[in-house]
Design a protein around this ligand. Sequence first.
Ligand SMILES: C[S@@+](CC[C@H](N)C(=O)[O-])C[C@H]1O[C@@H](n2cnc3c(N)ncnc32)[C@H](O)[C@@H]1O
Length: 351
Amino acid sequence: MLNNSQLDLAPITRHLRAMFGSRLLVAAVHHLHVFDQLNSEPLSVAELRNRIGLSERPAMVLFPALCAMQLLAYDADGRLFITELGRYLTTSQTPNLTGYTGLEKDDIGAVEMAVRLKNDGPMDTPEGISFVKEGDAPSPMDDPELSRKFTLGLAGRAKHLSPIVAANLSKREGHLLDVAGGTGYYTYEWLLNNPASTATILDRPAVLSVAAEILDEFSHSDRPGAGSLKERVRLLPGDMLTDELPQTDILLAASLFHDWPTPTCQLLAHRFASALRPGGELWVHDAFLNDALDAPLPVTDYSAQLFWGTKGRCYSRAEYRSWFTEAGLQPTPDNIPTQMDYGLIWARKTT
Ligand SMILES: C[S@@+](CC[C@H](N)C(=O)[O-])C[C@H]1O[C@@H](n2cnc3c(N)ncnc32)[C@H](O)[C@@H]1O
C-alpha cells in the first residue's frame, strides 16, 4: 500500500543532489580526462579505471553518472563508449563545448571532487566521516554537537518519509529492530500501525539522546496509540559492525547501506541475517541504481553526494539482492517506491 496523499519532495532533493553530479561532470572532463581516454576506442571498465587511476567505489559513482547524463554508454561487450552527445565534450569534435565547460574547471567543488575521486574519499578527515562509526577512528556520530547536527539534519526527511515506509512494511505482531535508526521516526510510525508490537532502535549513544527527545515529543502527540510508545521502544546504544544484535522479526535498514563500501555492506547483510528469527524479514529503504548501473540520474547524483560525504554510494537492487543471497536470505522481487527517489526492497529468512 502506498500512501501517496502527501507531496513528493523529490524536486527539492534532486536540485540539491544535482550539485554533486555537476562536480562529477567537470571533474571527468577537465581533471580526469575521461573523454580523451575514450576518444579513440571503447574501453572496458577495468581498462578505463586503470588509465584514469580510479578504484572501485569512485568508478562505480562516476561511470553510472556519465551514462545517466547520456554522455557515455555500454556497448554489447560491456565496454564504455562516448555517445553522440558526449562527443561534444571532446576537442576532436567541431564545434565542441569543452571551452564552455572549462570555464568551471577551477570551481572549488569540481577540483575537490577530482581529488576525492582519485583518492577514494577526502585526503584528510580529522573529525571522521559523516554518518559513520568504524573501529577506533573518530566519528562525528560520537561527538555530542556533531551527532546532534547530523541527526537533526535527517529529521525532516525521516518525518516525511516514515508514514509511507511504515505503511508499506509488513504488519505483524512481533519485534522491529531499526538498525542505525537515527531519530527513530520509522520505528514510531510502524509501532502506531502495529499496536501489539515492540521495537529496538540501535545507534550510537549520542544519536540516541536526540532520539529520546524526539520519542518524548512523539509520545505526547495526539496520534492514536502514541501514549504507549515509550513502553514499547528500547533505545540500544551500540556498534552495528561489532556488537551482538538482538533477535528480531523485522529488521529495518533505512539509509544505512549507502554510507558504506561494498565489503562492509556484505558484512552487514550477514550480521542482519543472523539477527533474524526464522520467518524474519530484512527491509531496506534506500535509493537504488538500476541493475545496468547506468541510471537513473537523480540516483547517480545522490550517489555522488554520498561519495562526497560518506564511505558509501548508491547501489543497485541486484547488488543488494546478491548480498542478501550470500547471507542466506531469500530476496523477494518486490520493488516498492516511496518518495524522494527512495524505495523499499526486502528479503526473508526461510529457515
Ligand atoms: C544516514 S543515517 C540514517 C538514520 C536513519 N536510519 C534515517 O534514515 O533517518 C546513518 C546512521 O547510522 C549510524 N551509525 C553509523 N555507524 C554506526 C555503527 N557502527 N553502529 C551503529 N550505528 C551507526 C549513525 O549514527 C546514523 O544515525
